[in-house]
Design a protein around this ligand. Structure first.
Ligand code: HEC
Length: 435
């Protein structure tokens, strides 16, 4: 990720990336899915699923009600900076590799399409209101619009530098984009000339409210509020540090604003008055969003977790996948091993009844050949390895990490560094996965 981050001129994001790189591997004992910071989040319109993208180059589709990972999506080389839950139930991911991947239907082993679209990282994606178009914004200073039906790509130029945010206007006729060149551009899709709004600060983030109102987050810590037509009507001094992510509540009344220093501020959009600050674990975050019912704010950050917050009180509700610890580790007295297994439980079950999640069931895994759990779609490179799972080989998998021990795998990179923890983990798996 080094080269692409250098291309992004925000010193804050550099600082954040550094933080992510040196943050101690906390972890064992905490339930997580991603092996790296969570960079991007999109919540499906029905509120039942969400997709996250990570520096670990995977995306995860989460079932929010059950608090489990449904699928790991892996295609990009490098980090996944932008994700989108599509109105038709599919997903889109945009990567540091400049590619756009479309994931449709239930086959998550490979994207339906995987096109090189930009010459630099894609950092934002948006769907048109009718769901027919996807727009991507890139550090190559362009925007691109793709149809889901496969019509040729259209490209829009004009920004002088990184484009950090993109959205469609409410009627779907305009592309709204926010650039590090301190402009907001309203570009008609019909080819007419864009309206260019010059703002006092480079822009890092963009959101569109339910009535078409526009919010743009600046590196000076301001949020600029504009009408649908691009008239600036308000400026919220949200933070002393750059704004890196922002989201409207579904009713448009509130704005959640994240910056790398301190918590997340929630403001009244109309008056700019601060309502409360989210204070708790997992800060600072890279990405955030309200659930469609307006009750929760979800955040993703350097601690690799998808976290939930009460949108009315600001209380921290816990990591998403810890929502039902009772289901995950029902009735198991595993001590340390159970604790370590929390890092696996979003994706793997152990009991006969559990079935496959984002990862194959580990029921009966000891003595099983790699890649042979029934009805699970493995990555081809993974099943091709010549491994039989024993306590030793599973311990080795997490001593070296999946990328080194089983190259070609889609399992997010993670290691269990302490030998005692590895021993406890495999004892626990052996005991709990026994047929
Ligand atoms: C985000 C989801 C995720 C997490 C978290 C995760 N895994 Fe996996 N795991 C997978 C996926 C996906 C595969 C299948 C790999 C493939 O097809 O490339 C897998 C495969 C495996 C396999 C091989 C199973 C087989 O049938 O060959 C083992 C063993 C395993 N994981 C153990 C663990 C353990 C132990 C942990 C926790 C320390 C863990 N995994 C954490 C997603 C995950």
């Amino acid at each position: 990720m080094g080269s692409s981050l250098r291309a992004f001129c925000s010193p804050v994001l550099l600082a954040l990336a550094f933080l992510a790189a040196v943050a101690p591997l906390r972890a064992q004992g905490e339930l997580r899915g991603h092996g790296g910071p969570v960079r991007a989040l999109s919540i499906a319109a029905d509120g039942r699923q969400a997709i996250t993208g990570s520096f670990d180059s995977s995306a995860i589709v989460w079932e929010l009600e059950r608090g489990v990972a449904r699928a790991v999506l892996r295609a990009h080389a490098g980090s996944i900076n932008a994700v989108l839950a599509l109105p038709d139930g599919g997903f889109a991911t945009g990567g540091e590799d400049g590619r756009l991947a479309l994931w449709r239907g239930d086959d998550f082993t490979r994207p339906r399409s995987f096109e090189p679209v930009h010459a630099a990282p894609i950092v934002a994606l948006a769907a048109s209101p009718d769901g027919a178009l996807i727009a991507s914004a890139s550090w190559d200073s362009t925007l691109a619009v793709h149809t889901l039906a496969g019509a040729p790509l259209r490209r829009f130029e004009g920004h002088q530098g990184n484009v950090n945010g993109v959205a469609f206007s409410r009627d779907g006729r305009l592309l709204v984009s926010a650039g590090y060149d301190a402009t907001l551009r309203l570009t008609p899709l019909n080819g007419l000339s864009p309206r260019v709004v010059k703002l006092p600060s480079p822009l890092n983030a963009l959101a569109i409210g339910p009535s078409g109102e526009i919010a743009a987050g600046g590196s000076d810590g301001s949020v600029f509020l504009l009408t649908e037509a691009g008239e600036v009507w308000s400026r919220i001094e949200a933070s002393e540090a750059p704004v890196i992510a922002l989201a409207f509540s579904p009713d448009g009344a509130r704005l959640a604003v994240a910056s790398p220093r301190g918590g997340i501020g929630v403001f009244e959009a109309a008056s700019g008055k601060p309502v409360f600050t989210l204070n708790g674990p997992g800060l600072p975050v890279w990405t955030l969003g309200f659930t469609p019912d307006g009750r929760e704010i979800l955040t993703g950050g350097s601690d690799r977790l998808l976290r939930r917050w009460d949108a009315r009180t600001g209380d921290h509700l816990g990591p998403t996948a810890m929502e039902r610890p009772a289901d995950l580790l029902a009735g198991r007295e595993g001590g340390r091993g159970a604790e370590v297994f929390r890092a696996c439980a979003a994706c793997h079950t152990l009991g006969a009844e559990g079935g496959n999640r984002a990862g194959p069931t580990l029921h009966g895994v000891i003595g099983r050949r790699i890649g042979t759990a029934p009805a699970y779609a493995y990555s081809p490179g993974f099943s091709a390895h010549d491994i039989t799972w024993t306590k030793e080989t599973i311990a080795r998998l997490f001593e070296l990490g999946p990328a080194a021990y089983t190259p070609g795998t889609k399992m997010p990179e993670q290691r269990v560094t302490s030998p005692e923890d590895r021993a406890a983990l495999v004892d626990f798996i052996e005991a709990e996965s026994r047929p």
